[in-house]
Design a protein around this ligand. Structure first.
Ligand code: ZN
Length: 462
């Protein structure tokens, strides 16, 4: 198989493209293999399970994982023995609360000992999480991981009408870096658009293409779709094609952003929460914007500041996950650095019985402003009214000093001194005396290595 792949990779396009085209025509259930089919069958049924059945399933998967970890992963063998934890008598999900938490630095320090002894290198792949250097994480995932992951993503997208035959445009550049603006991915049957240089002329070309191709779903980052919105608003560009949904992932959606996108594209902005560490996935549904935690993917706990498990609704805590699908390097009670709260509604109108989460805030150092007195305020508190930034192309918050935040602004031609006054006034109104705001003007906003915009860049030595 590997030799065939090598030959294919080195083939010229004239041979490659027809092969890709044929591959792309194969229905997913044959293309992605047995594990994919098994997961699809499970999820089609399990999404309608009663709550008790979800718990029963999770208990069974957790026990399997714990026994595997004890028998094949040295790190867990030592930890379980130290804590007097017996995986063979495990009965209730709460029993794992006795176990210590896992985080990035523990994983780095125990990289060898966390790998299962029964997974040779041909069965696993080295994976890296996003983020700036310094807080990236390297770990091993099972090689066929996509066969497990993709059915979950499809299941979530199907809630807004997606099928494998849908016309999808991917305005992202995690899968392709190129000098061309467009590329058709015949294998996955989707149009790929490079989001790295969203200049006015590129945006115009992209919007024309979305109109002409009658794209049904735009898979993108919230920040990228917002750049298109800003252009449409500023220039009065007419979107003739209404996508069925905008599938925005990999970044937080901040208050106000959803309304802007939905107003301009006249279609739903839809998202799910997931992470490269692959221990949790939770998506919105056709009826609500609650994150439905997929019980078949992993077990989720929310922990307060004292690392006690939260059971109450509306109480924010860190998302801690145990993933069921990476036996090559199991993550048990992994601290994600993301925060959320259980929704006050215990059930959703869609009829599914998954646990529901409210909004999710990302890795705190990127998401919390640090005030003069050292206290932290979530940037979701900075929910600005929508016309405040009418004359701003992009903006980004930059904090390199406690109690001081710089608002970096890329102006449009219409921007005036009054805009600066209004923006500063609004920020000060929200934060009072606790943070000083300053405005600076830039020609471009810094992006991450993966071409994403971050709302807040923080370089604090605390
Ligand atoms: Zn629902």
């Amino acid at each position: 198989m590997d030799i065939a792949k090598k030959i294919y990779k080195n083939s010229p396009n004239i041979i490659k493209l027809p092969i890709e085209y044929v591959y792309g025509s194969i229905p997913n259930k044959y293309k992605y293999g047995a594990k994919y089919r098994e997961m699809k069958r499970l999820l089609e049924k399990s999404q309608w399970w009663p709550k008790e059945k979800h718990i029963e399933y999770q208990t069974m998967e957790m026990k399997k994982l714990l026994i595997h970890s004890y028998e094949h992963v040295k790190y867990y063998k030592d930890v379980f023995d130290d804590y007097g934890f017996n995986p063979y008598t495990f009965k209730n999900l709460e029993d794992i609360q006795i176990l210590p938490l896992l985080n990035k630095s523990i994983i780095n320090d125990n990289f060898q000992d966390l790998q299962s002894d029964n997974y040779p290198s041909r069965k696993k792949m080295l994976t890296t999480t996003g983020g700036t250097s310094g807080n990236q994480l390297k770990f091993f995932a099972e090689k066929n991981y996509n066969q497990v992951e993709w059915p979950f993503v499809e299941l979530i997208w199907e809630r807004v009408g997606y099928t494998s035959k849908s016309r999808v445009a991917a305005l992202r550049n995690d899968s392709f870096r190129n000098r061309e603006l467009f590329k058709y991915d015949w294998k996955e049957r989707r149009l790929i658009i490079d989001n790295f240089h969203l200049s006015d002329s590129n945006i115009k070309t992209i919007l024309d293409k979305l109109n002409n191709e009658k794209v049904e779903y735009i898979h993108t980052y919230p920040s990228a779709i917002l750049s298109l919105c800003e252009y449409i608003k500023r220039t009065g560009f007419k979107m003739e094609n209404t996508p069925k949904a905008i599938l925005a992932t990999s970044e937080n959606i901040y208050p106000g952003q959803k309304e802007i996108v939905e107003g301009i594209f006249n279609s739903r902005l839809f998202t799910f929460y997931g992470h490269s560490e692959r221990a949790c996935i939770a998506g919105w549904c056709e009826k609500s914007d609650y994150y439905h935690i997929q019980s078949e993917y992993g077990y989720v706990e929310l922990l307060d500041e004292e690392q006690k498990v939260i059971t109450k609704t509306n109480t924010r805590g860190e998302i801690v996950c145990t993933g069921f699908w990476n036996y090559a390097m199991p993550f048990i009670r992994y601290q994600t650095g993301d925060y959320s709260a259980y929704a006050s509604k215990k059930s959703c109108l869609c009829g599914r019985n998954y646990e529901l989460l409210e909004t999710i805030e990302g890795r705190w150092m990127q998401e919390m402003l640090v005030c003069k007195d050292g206290s932290k305020v979530s940037i979701t508190a900075l929910n600005m009214h929508s016309n405040l930034f009418d004359n701003v192309k992009h903006y980004q918050l930059f904090q390199h000093k406690v109690g001081e935040v710089i608002i970096k602004i890329v102006k449009t031609d219409k921007f005036s001194d009054n805009d600066e006054i209004a923006i500063l006034k609004e920020f000060m109104k929200k934060m009072g005396e606790s943070i000083d705001f300053k405005v600076t003007y830039v020609s471009e906003i810094e992006k991450t290595q993966r071409g994403k915009y971050k709302y807040l860049i923080q370089k604090l030595n605390i």
